[in-house]
Design a protein around this ligand. Structure first.
Ligand code: PMP
Length: 399
C-alpha cells in the first residue's frame, strides 16, 4: 500500500481498542442456520440479534423451493436483468410483490441496499430536492449522495421540522421525501399520516423504505402504507428480502411508468447481476407462507409485546420502539461492547449499535424478536441482560 493509505489503515488499527480488550463484537462466525438458537464456537447461543422476524430462514418449504430452483435454473444468472439475467420467476415475483403492496408494478434488485441506491440516484437531479429523516438508513443516504440533488434533513420523525424545511423550498422544484417505515435502529414507526398530509401541501412525492416493516405490520405484513391505510398516498414502496422474507434481494414498487423508468435508469440494477434463482424462489415460498399463515405475524407481536413489558418492568429504557426492534440504551460505546461480550459468554447474541449507525450519545443494544422465540427464551435473555448491566455497574434508570 502507498504511504497515504498506510497512514489511514494504521490509524484505524490504533482505533480498534475494543479488539485489544478482547471485546470486538463484529463478524462473529455462526456455525448453524439463523434460528432462535445458533451455534457459535461449538456452543448454543440464544439469538436476539436477527432480522429474521418471522423465523423463516430455516423453514423446510422455503429450503425445498430453493433446492428445486437450483435444479431447474442452476446457481446463478450470469448477467443483469436488462440483458441475460431475467428469469420467468423474477417476473412472477415482481407481479406478486406489486399486488402484495397494492401498487401497479415492481422491479427486483439484488439487495435492498442496491434498490435504495439505484432508485434514489436515478430519480433526482442537480436541481431537485431530497428530503430525508436524519435517521434514514445508510443506503438512502448513499443514494442521495449519488443523485447529486440538494439534500435536506429534518429532525427524526419531527413533522413540524419537515413542514418548516419544505416551506423554504421553491414551489415548482421536484421534491422527494424518503423515510424508513420502521426505523432500523430505534424501532419506531414513521408518522405517515402527518407526513403524507405535509407532502400533499407542498407538492412532494413520498418513498417509504419498508425493509423492517414487510412481514411485520399492515395487512398480511404488507408494510407501513397498508398499516395506516394510506397506499395511495405513498408513491414508492421499497422492501428487502433479507429480513422477514428469509432470502436476499430487494424491490421497489410504484406506478407502472415510474417503475419502467427505474428499470432503464437505475445503475445498480442495470450494471449488476440479477438475484440468483434460489434466492428468488425462497422469496416466493416465503410470501406464500406469510400470506397463508397470518398467525406468524400475531406471534411476532405477542413476543414483541411480552419482551417490551419485561424490559420495562426490569427498569430498562427502550425509547419509543413500536416494533420487534427494541433498543436498550446504554449511551457509552465501551460499555455497549462490554455488555454484548458478557451476554455472548452467557449464551445470548445481541447486536451492539454505536456511531455512525446512531448518534454517538445514543449507543445501544439492539434486541430483536422473532415469531419463533418462546416466552421462556425471552425471559432467559432479559434476565441475562439485567445481570450484564449489573456486571458493568450500569444503573438502569440513568441511561
Ligand atoms: N433499508 C433499511 C432500513 C435497512 O435496515 C437495510 C438493511 N439493514 C437496507 C435498507 C438494506 O437492505 P439489504 O440488507 O437487503 O441490502
Amino acid at each position: 500500500m502507498r504511504k497515504k493509505l498506510i497512514d489511514r489503515i494504521d490509524a484505524f488499527k490504533d482505533a480498534t481498542l475494543v479488539k485489544k480488550k478482547g471485546l470486538y463484537p463484529y463478524f462473529r462466525s455462526i456455525e448453524s442456520a439463523q434460528d432462535t438458537e445458533v451455534i457459535i464456537g461449538g456452543k448454543k447461543v440464544l439469538m436476539f440479534g436477527s432480522n429474521s422476524y418471522l423465523g423463516l430462514t430455516n423453514h423446510p418449504k422455503i429450503k425445498e423451493a430453493a433446492k428445486l430452483a437450483i435444479d431447474k435454473y442452476g446457481t446463478g444468472c450470469a448477467g443483469s436483468r436488462l440483458l441475460n439475467g431475467s428469469l420467468d420467476i423474477h417476473l412472477q415475483l415482481e407481479n406478486r410483490l406489486a399486488k402484495y403492496v397494492s401498487k401497479e408494478a415492481a422491479v427486483l434488485f439484488s439487495t435492498g441496499f442496491q434498490a435504495n441506491l439505484g432508485v434514489i440516484s436515478c430519480l433526482l437531479d442537480r436541481n431537485d430536492f431530497l428530503i430525508l429523516d436524519e435517521y434514514d438508513h445508510a443506503s438512502i443516504i448513499d443514494g442521495s449522495r449519488l443523485s447529486f440533488s440538494r439534500i435536506i434533513k429534518y429532525a427524526h420523525n419531527d413533522m413540524d421540522d419537515l413542514r418548516k424545511k419544505l416551506s423554504r423550498l421553491p414551489e415548482d422544484a421536484a421534491k422527494l421525501i424518503v423515510s424508513d417505515g420502521i426505523f432500523s435502529m430505534e424501532g419506531d414507526l414513521v408518522n405517515l399520516p402527518e407526513l403524507v398530509k405535509i407532502a400533499d401541501e407542498f407538492g412532494a412525492n413520498v418513498m417509504i423504505d419498508d425493509a423492517h416493516s414487510l412481514g411485520v405490520i399492515g395487512f398480511n405484513g404488507a408494510g407501513t402504507a397498508s398499516h395506516f391505510n394510506l397506499n395511495n398516498s405513498v408513491d414508492l414502496i421499497m422492501g428487502t428480502f433479507s429480513k422477514s422474507f428469509a432470502s436476499l434481494g430487494g424491490f421497489i414498487a410504484g406506478d407502472a411508468s415510474t417503475i419502467e423508468y427505474i428499470k432503464h435508469h437505475a445503475r445498480s440494477l442495470i450494471f449488476s447481476a440479477s438475484m440468483p434463482p434460489s434466492a428468488v424462489a425462497s422469496v416466493i415460498a416465503a410470501l406464500d407462507i406469510v400470506e397463508s399463515e397470518p398467525e406468524r405475524i400475531d406471534k411476532l407481536w405477542e413476543n414483541t409485546n411480552y419482551a417490551k413489558k419485561l424490559l420495562i418492568e426490569s427498569g430498562f429504557y427502550i425509547g419509543p420502539s413500536n416494533s420487534p426492534i427494541i433498543p436498550v440504551y446504554i449511551r457509552d460505546n465501551m460499555k455497549t461492547f462490554m455488555i454484548t461480550n458478557i451476554l455472548q459468554e452467557n449464551g445470548v447474541f445481541v447486536n451492539p449499535v454505536v456511531s455512525p449507525a446512531v448518534p454517538s450519545h445514543s449507543s445501544l443494544i439492539r434486541f430483536s424478536l422473532m415469531a419463533t422465540h418462546s416466552f421462556k427464551q425471552i425471559e432467559i435473555a432479559i434476565e441475562k441482560l439485567t445481570a450484564a448491566f449489573k456486571a458493568v455497574d450500569l444503573s438502569l434508570v440513568d441511561v
